[in-house]
Ligand binder design. Structure first.
Ligand code: SF4
Length: 202
């Protein structure tokens, strides 16, 4: 019997990042989000349009080719809109020893009320979940988060030693310059990016 192919709609990929979770991580920005948070940190990943379509197997191969990374981070956009593909991908990645972290604009309580098999499956494979929408009025400098309502859940013992770290005031922003251009990752804000653009122009 032929196995069903499941696809991911990806907004962007960064093979190595140190500002999107613990250690050096492969980052997948999933395309599409329904929440429309004012001041959204990644507006380009909100539209529900097709961007880069890759099968779970293709993404798995691409990730496992990158040597020396500690884990993978799913962000977006809204990863939970693609829970089935991410659950299947995370199942395979877990077996390789990579750690898994995921962002969602929904709270963990909301996710539970959806009663969705694939969301539950995905959650069961994660080491870290960061939940809640970005709320402009609660904008804050905290590791891995843009606003203070967002919570960090350590769902396995792997990173529980980082509990103190995630409560400390800190923001990590990463600048990647390569032959394709200039990329800013981590939780950054519009005004910071505007200032940076102006400075670079000068
Ligand atoms: S959940 Fe994230 S991607 Fe979606 S609108 Fe809010 S900040 Fe933007």
């Amino acid at each position: 019997m032929l196995e069903e192919r499941v696809y991911l709609n990806i907004g962007a990929i960064q093979e190595r990042s140190i500002a999107n979770g613990p250690g050096e991580r492969f980052v997948l920005w999933l395309q599409g989000c329904l929440l429309n948070c004012p001041g959204c940190i990644n507006p380009e990943f909100q539209p529900l349009v097709k961007r880069v379509i890759l099968s779970v197997e293709e993404v798995f191969e691409r990730i496992t080719k990158v040597k020396g990374i500690e884990g993978v981070t799913f962000t977006g956009g809204e990863p939970m809109l693609q829970a089935k593909a991410l659950a299947l991908l995370s199942e395979k990645l877990k077996k390789t020893g990579l750690t898994l972290m995921c962002y969602t604009g929904y709270t963990l309580e909301e996710l539970k009320t959806f009663n969705n098999y694939w969301i539950e499956k995905l959650l069961s494979n994660l080491d870290i979940l960061i939940d809640g929408p970005f709320i402009l009025e609660k904008k804050a400098s905290l590791p891995w988060r843009g606003s203070s309502n967002q919570r960090v859940y350590f769902l396995t013992p792997t990173y529980q030693h980082l509990q103190k770290f995630v409560e400390s005031p800190l923001r990590e922003i990463e600048f990647i310059v390569d032959s394709k251009g200039f990329l800013v990752t981590g939780v950054s804000f519009e005004e910071l990016l505007l200032k940076l653009r102006e400075t670079l122009k000068r």
